[in-house]
Design a protein around this ligand. Structure first.
Ligand code: SF4
Length: 258
């Protein structure tokens, strides 16, 4: 199983080469979000461990040498901060590639100091916040971690205080939270991100995506913040190294929604 895949045309990161630091057969995550494009969480996990070897990543990165890229990104079929060797993995990429490195995290482990330390090694950290209160957090993200939303938000706040790179908040809007845009925007203002990514599930998902006009209304609540709306973002043309490894982690967007 490959750990390097893509490049994929990312609406938030341009031409993005994926690194999957967990690389498991089924989804390994500390959440079980109601909208997840990867289906239900097969392997619930809240403790970090090593999944791939640094040597394997170094070997696979050779295939991507010379590719035109905007970012090398750590997402995958899992929550990437569950990889205990995240630090050595990102350092290995840094030593071999001139491209900026990003990570998409569900934020669940940002409560922990060692996770924040690893995340600080990235150029861009996109941290998920989908709910403005504990009740919605439980409904939307269905967490396995023993932390409250308040503790997770405090983890992001502490990270923001020291992080010198680019912090994005990724916010997924669905039916359950679409009427809470003002509270979400207020939370975003308190966390002082460089950018807020407003998303709705455009890939196959158990819940319906919001329409462009619904997302427009949500965007208005974020006035004064730098916002990227999934319906308005451009996607570059890219050719993946290996189609099957890429599709496994990233199902196609539905044409009716794009
Ligand atoms: S955090 Fe990401 S991978 Fe995990 S369940 Fe939620 S959407 Fe899926």
């Amino acid at each position: 199983m490959s750990v390097v895949y893509g490049p994929v045309p990312s609406w938030r990161l341009g031409r993005s080469l994926g690194v999957d630091p967990v690389s498991s057969k089924g989804k390994t995550c500390s959440f079980d979000c109601i909208y997840c494009q990867l289906g239900r969480t097969k392997h619930p996990l809240t403790e970090r461990r090593n999944f791939i070897r640094v040597e394997q990543l170094i070997e696979e990165l050779k295939r991507a040498e010379g590719l035109p890229l905007d970012y090398i990104t750590f997402p995958g079929v899992a929550e990437p901060t569950l990889a205990a060797n995240l630090g050595p993995l990102v350092r290995a990429v840094r030593e071999r590639s001139p491209h900026p490195i990003a990570i998409l995290t569900n934020s669940s482990l940002m409560v922990r100091e060692n996770v924040r330390r690893d995340l600080a090694l990235f150029d861009l950290v996109a941290a998920k916040v989908d709910a403005p209160n504990e009740a919605l957090f439980q409904v939307i993200n269905r967490p396995f971690v023993p932390y409250s939303l308040e503790e997770i938000v405090e983890g992001i706040r502490r990270f923001r205080e020291r992080f010198t790179g680019r912090l994005a908040l990724q916010m997924m809007f669905v039916e359950a939270n679409k009427d809470h845009a003002s509270e979400m925007a207020q939370l975003a203002r308190e966390l002082k991100p460089d950018e807020v990514q407003l998303n709705t599930p455009l890939r196959p998902s158990p819940v319906r995506p919001l329409s462009p006009s619904e997302m427009e209304v949500i965007e208005e609540a974020f006035e004064g913040l730098t916002v990227l709306n999934v319906y308005k973002a451009e996607r570059p043309e890219v050719v993946p190294l290996e189609e099957s490894e890429t599709r496994r982690r990233r199902p196609k967007e539905s044409k009716s929604n794009t």
